[in-house]
Design a protein around this ligand. Structure first.
Ligand code: ADP
Length: 243
């Protein structure tokens, strides 16, 4: 299986009044096509920074990152912007939807920016909203949707350009239990369909659906465990969340 994401000796330092903070400190990582990797660890250990480096939202202070075999750490700002538009899908804790656009307009936007025709972009957006169970909400503004529905729109948007990898930063951090389970099922479906996923999460239920669970501390990996895989249904039943 081919490697979608590869990092070697990855470092990120931030200069602060009290001195340099090494937020990411020598990370080596290979994510295979179709793999779901969960990254866990205490607040401030470098998870978000790592995700930003992997998706080209920020540049490392040292080391290498490659996406689909091509180095991205030295790309120009323009090339990085293009990469973020086409090859990477992001899902954030706070959704980051455009409040003045409807659900379907939010979902089609990346495809339009990537140069798809309006018809093709709209068709794909409608399919994606159906996939996340929101076909009846396509013309709603984000303010008329629940937190869980907004996050499902954000996941659909992340898939708009058929990215090589979806990077999710605490995707259930703002959601209640029922909405968490919806998003959990969504990620599990994506995993089953072969989408490569890297998910930063505090939620052991999300991590339990991954192929691998990586634990970070002080900017470095301290554990990388291959999981045999539970199912959302079993977990939901265990937690009394039901169907
Ligand atoms: P996590 O996602 O695990 O909570 P972060 O990646 O957000 O951790 O942060 C890792 C460390 O880097 C923390 O010490 C944080 O304060 C610091 N940090 C993150 N972003 C910045 C920034 N833009 N400027 C300065 N320090 C930062």
């Amino acid at each position: 299986m081919s490697t979608v994401l590869r990092a070697r000796g990855l470092q990120k330092e931030y200069g602060r009044a009290e001195g340099l903070v090494r937020a990411v400190d020598g990370v080596d990582l290979d994510v295979a096509e179709g793999e779901t990797v969960a990254i866990m660890g205490p607040s401030g250990c470098g998870k978000s920074t790592l995700l930003q480096l992997l998706g080209g939202l920020d540049r490392p202070s040292g080391g290498e990152v490659a996406l689909n075999g091509s180095r991205i750490d030295g790309l120009s700002e323009k090339a990085l912007a293009e990469l973020r538009r086409t090859a990477v899908g992001f899902v954030f804790q706070a959704f980051h939807l455009m409040e003045e656009l409807t659900a379907v307009e939010n979902v089609e936007l990346p495809a339009l920016l990537a140069g798809r025709s309006p018809r093709a972009a709209r068709r794909r957006a409608e399919e994606l909203l159906e996939q996340v169970g929101l076909e009846g909400r396509a013309r709603f503004l984000p303010s008329a949707l629940s937190g869980g529905q907004r996050q499902r729109v954000a996941v659909a948007r992340a898939l708009s350009t058929e990215p090589s990898v979806v990077l999710a930063d605490e995707p259930t951090g703002n959601l209640d239990s029922a909405a968490t389970l919806d998003v959990l099922r969504l990620f599990e479906g994506l995993h089953e369909s072969g989408q490569t996923l890297v998910i930063v999460t505090h939620d052991p239920r999300i991590a339990a659906t991954a192929d691998r669970m990586i634990t970070m501390r002080d900017g470095a990996f301290v554990d990388d465990t291959r999981l045999t895989g539970g199912t959302t249904g079993q977990l939901g039943a265990l937690l009394g969340l039901g169907d």
